[in-house]
Design a protein around this ligand. Structure first.
Ligand code: SAH
Length: 239
């Protein structure tokens, strides 16, 4: 029986793909993915059938991947970062868990961004997606409140899109109720890709024009500080 690989491609740069991710792409006859991510790994796709769809057609994309496997073709469906975090792994398993599946982990955006910023995720952190396409905004607000109250470092995914321009401002308003205006904030667009843009600022000085849908925003906890252009969340060592 053919196999479906659900592959995380990290930033998409060759050096950020795991060896297993490369092996699975290599072993697949068909590659399925969102157009933008397919472009990032174009050079690995020579001679393969490529099924690409624009954003918001996730269900169609997953059904297509399952269909290829059922027709006997080894297939890889690719997600940016890790496929198990706001990626395709859950949806595939919900749709059809009876085929042969391997989930291949990848470096998620929070880690890609953190590496560019220094060490902001050194202590307990959480990810929150600001996309309210599939999650009611009230739920997102509740999680923002709880994470801020719990003093977690917070990595915000999907911070802005054309249809959701104010979610980010509202998120910062909520977090600011619990955190100092001087709290370090790292904004990384296209982390570890060509054209990466990184900004280190504070909660009170965020420039919302720096943020788009290819950006991850990391908000420090009450101990996070900035040193020589790095964001550091101390683990607590006595030095
Ligand atoms: N599965 C992915 C997340 C998909 S949701 C992962 O694990 O990273 C899409 C969001 O991820 C984007 O809106 C953006 O917030 C973030 N993202 C993905 N790749 C990124 C990159 N290279 N740099 C910055 N943010 C990124």
């Amino acid at each position: 029986m053919a196999k479906l690989y659900i592959v995380g491609i990290g930033s998409g740069k060759r050096e950020d793909l795991t060896i297993r991710a490369l092996e699975c792409i290599d072993a697949s006859k068909v590659i399925v993915g969102y157009t933008h991510y397919i472009k990032l790994i174009e050079d690995l796709l020579t001679g393969k059938e490529v099924y690409q769809t624009p954003m918001k057609s996730e269900v169609e994309r997953c059904r297509a991947a399952i269909k290829y496997v059922r027709e006997g073709l080894d297939t890889a469906i690719v997600s940016s970062g890790d496929p198990g975090l706001y990626g395709m792994a859950g949806l595939i398993l919900e749709l059809d868990s009876s085929i042969d599946i391997e989930v291949v982990p990848g470096i998620s955006a929070a880690f890609l961004a953190a590496a560019s910023l220094g060490a902001p995720l050194m202590h307990d952190f959480c990810t929150i997606s600001l996309s309210d396409l599939l999650t009611p905004w009230e739920v997102i607000e509740k999680r923002l409140e709880s994470a801020a109250l719990g003093d977690f470092v917070i990595a915000l995914y999907n911070p802005k899109s054309h249809s959701r321009v104010t979610n980010m401002e509202r998120a910062i308003e909520i977090i600011s109720k619990y955190r100092s205006p001087k709290t370090p904030v790292g904004i990384v667009k296209n982390a570890r890709r060509d054209g990466e843009v990184k900004t280190i600022t504070t909660l009170e000085n965020i420039n919302y024009d720096d943020i788009d849908m290819l950006t991850t925003v990391i908000i420090g906890n009450s101990n996070t500080f900035i040193k020589d252009g790095y964001i550091i969340t101390p683990r607590g060592y006595n030095i």
